[in-house]
Structures are given as structure tokens and as C-alpha cells.
Design a protein around this ligand. Structure first.
Ligand code: AMP
Ligand code: MG
Length: 333
């Protein structure tokens, strides 16, 4: 199959919406990462997503909608706390898990009776959803296990020949996936940390539970290998002196014939002297924005080991730690 890359003109967005309506799948930009979308009501269309990605069928997909009215068509029950969350964070990188209506087939939710719904804060995604007029379920548009794609070029690396269309909306602003919160329990609980820091959610709705990210019964996607480039990834714990440990590991790897690179915040790059460093930007937001792109870039440049600097577990730092633990398969130094 030929994969066409479309600039996001109104005509091209309408064309891609028509593909979705007739049961095809389309990759599109959101503010978190690129999604691979299908009409969420159409089982045959949804199956194509799992095939293209090689994704296990018990890993639920997030349903994307254009506005709050559309949430009512899918969610069986909308508690007051969810209304508050939507008012505060939508459109944006927050997915809310509700009890689902039967209009959403089991294949979308991995057999769960709940459904995760999100309104993306990206003009191209919103235009596509409005033109299509259907709820669009979409996981990240990468091959299962690979780092999530944050540009159309990344999508093509993984999906060329496997899907009919990619809408190119440039680089994704946030760069990591949405925060997922389940409102079917009281208090609500965070199932996955992501683009909206937990502290911001607590400020709006008060205390929430946080499900351990290894609790795979509640958050099925978390049991799978994720976000892994070809290179081996090591991830440093965060402490004042972490650069000394990172340098030691780097030097040992180099001596043993490996080709390591350090992922570091720009203001800290000088701590590593003449060692190979890829800077991820000035702060944690930039680190999140660049992480997946830099993991792919490390492969492209032929590095065989990536040593990623640790971050403090606060704000978006917590979400970064989750992604780094997954990318490294838990190899913490
Ligand atoms: P991805 O599409 O790769 O960003 O993954 C979506 C993730 O959101 C899944 O792997 C789950 O961990 C989580 N998720 C989506 N829908 C639900 C749901 N109904 N219940 C629990 N977790 C969900
Ligand atoms: Mg994904």
C-alpha cells in the first residue's frame, strides 16, 4: 500500500476525514504525539490499527472527540468531577476514563467496560474530528514497542506502506502522551502520568489516587515493552552528583567497544566534558518535548547505548520518569 503524506490544508483534512468515515485509518498530529486513528464505532476499521501497529489486542485505545457534547454520546455516565476536569483541561493532554456506552465496541477498549476519552488541543486534529463527525480511536502512530512519533517523519519510519495517509502537522508541542485519569472510582485515580502534571489535577479536584504503573490489571498498556529504540537505554536516578556516575558508566561502555551517548539538559552538558552528549533542551518540558525524537535520533546516528539523565519527581518530571523507566526496561543506574 502506498502511504501518502498530506500537508494539513482544508481540502486534505477533508480527504482524510472521508478516509476515516469509510473505514480507513489515518495518522494525524495531536499536541502529545501523532495518533493512528479509526472510526471508533467500526470494528473492522479498528482492527486495522492493531494490525498496522502490531499492538496486542488487550491494550485499550483512547477515543478522540472534538467537543464535550460528543463525550455524552460515548460515556454512559458523566460524574460531576469529570465535568470539572473537562472544563479545566480540555482541549488538552488529559484522557478521562468513563463507563462506556455500547456504541463503542469491545475491540476499542480491550474488552473493558470503560472507555478513555480525550479532546486533543491541536487545530489539525480538531478539524479532522469535526470533518469526520465520528469518534476516532487512536493510539500512538508507531510500531508497538518503538518510541512514540512526534513528527510525520517518525510516523513514516514506522508506518510507510502499512497505512494509506499521514497528515503532517509539524512537531508535537508536548511530546509525551496524555495523563489518563479514571473517574469511575471515588476518588478518581491516575492510571498513567503524562502531559498534565498530577499536581495540577489535584489543584482542581482535590486528592486523587495514583495507580502504580506496574498495576497491569487496571492499566493494561503498562505491561508491554514501550518506547524502546534500537539502542540500549540506561536511565540515571536523580541526585546532585549523578553526572559522576553517568561519566563512569559512559567511560566503561566506551572502553568495552560500545558507542554511548548522554541525554542531558542543555545547562548541564558541560559537566560531561568531551563525551558525546545530545541536549534535550533547557528544562523538563523541553526534555519531554524532545525525548522520543532524541531516542530515534540516537539510533539514526549509530549510538548503541543511550544514558539518560534523571529528573526530579515533580510536575512533568514524574511523567518523564515513567517514560524513561519504560524505555530503559527498568535499567536504572
Ligand atoms: P496509547 O494509545 O499508546 O497512548 O495508550 C493508551 C493507554 O491508555 C493504554 O495503554 C492504557 O494504559 C490507557 N487506557 C486507555 N483506555 C483505558 C481504559 N478504558 N481503562 C484503563 N486504561 C486505559
Ligand atoms: Mg503508544
Amino acid at each position: 500500500m502506498e502511504t501518502k503524506v498530506y500537508m494539513p490544508t482544508p481540502t486534505n483534512i477533508r480527504h482524510c476525514a472521508a478516509l476515516l468515515k469509510r473505514g480507513d485509518i489515518v495518522a494525524f498530529p495531536t499536541e502529545t504525539v501523532y495518533g493512528l486513528g479509526a472510526d471508533a464505532r467500526n470494528e473492522t476499521a479498528v482492527r486495522k490499527i492493531y494490525e498496522a501497529k502490531g499492538r496486542p489486542a488487550d491494550n485499550p485505545l483512547i477515543v478522540h472527540v472534538a467537543d464535550a457534547a460528543q463525550i455524552k454520546e460515548i460515556a454512559a455516565d458523566i460524574p460531576a468531577v469529570a465535568v470539572k476536569l473537562t472544563e479545566s483541561f480540555s482541549p488538552g493532554p488529559l484522557t478521562v476514563v468513563y463507563r462506556k456506552k455500547s456504541i463503542i465496541p469491545d475491540i476499542v477498549t480491550g474488552g473493558l467496560q470503560t472507555v478513555g476519552i480525550r479532546i486533543p488541543a491541536h487545530p489539525v486534529a480538531l478539524d479532522l474530528l469535526r470533518d469526520a463527525g465520528v469518534p476516532v480511536c487512536a493510539p500512538s502512530a508507531n510500531l508497538s514497542t518503538k518510541p512514540s512519533p512526534t513528527t510525520a517523519k517518525h510516523v513514516m519510519e514506522d508506518m510507510d506502506g502499512r497505512i494509506p495517509a499521514v497528515l503532517d502537522g509539524g512537531a508535537c508541542r508536548v511530546g509525551i502522551e496524555s495523563t489518563v485519569i479514571d473517574v469511575t472510582t471515588d476518588p478518581p485515580r491516575i492510571l498513567r502520568k503524562g502531559g498534565i502534571p498530577v499536581e495540577e489535577i489535584v489543584r482542581v479536584i482535590g486528592d486523587v489516587g495514583v495507580v502504580r504503573s506496574d498495576s497491569t490489571a487496571l492499566c493494561p498498556g503498562m505491561k508491554y515493552k514501550h518506547y524502546a529504540p534500537k539502542a540500549e537505554v540506561l536511565f540515571s536516578a536523580y541526585y546532585d552528583d549523578m553526572h559522576s556516575t553517568i561519566c563512569e558508566y559512559y567511560d566503561k561502555l566506551k572502553t568495552s567497544g560500545k558507542n554511548p551517548v548522554i541525554l542531558a539538559l542543555a545547562p548541564r552538558a558541560k559537566l560531561y566534558g568531551s563525551r558525546a552528549v545530545m541536549t534535550v533542551g533547557a528544562d523538563y518540558r523541553a526534555y519531554a518535548h524532545n525525548l522520543f525524537a532524541d531516542l530515534r535520533l540516537a539510533d539514526e546516528k549509530g549510538y548503541t547505548v543511550v544514558i539518560a539523565e534523571g529528573v526530579e519527581p515533580k510536575g512533568i518530571g514524574e511523567s518523564l520518569i515513567n517514560r524513561l523507566i519504560k524505555s530503559s526496561g527498568g535499567q536504572i543506574i
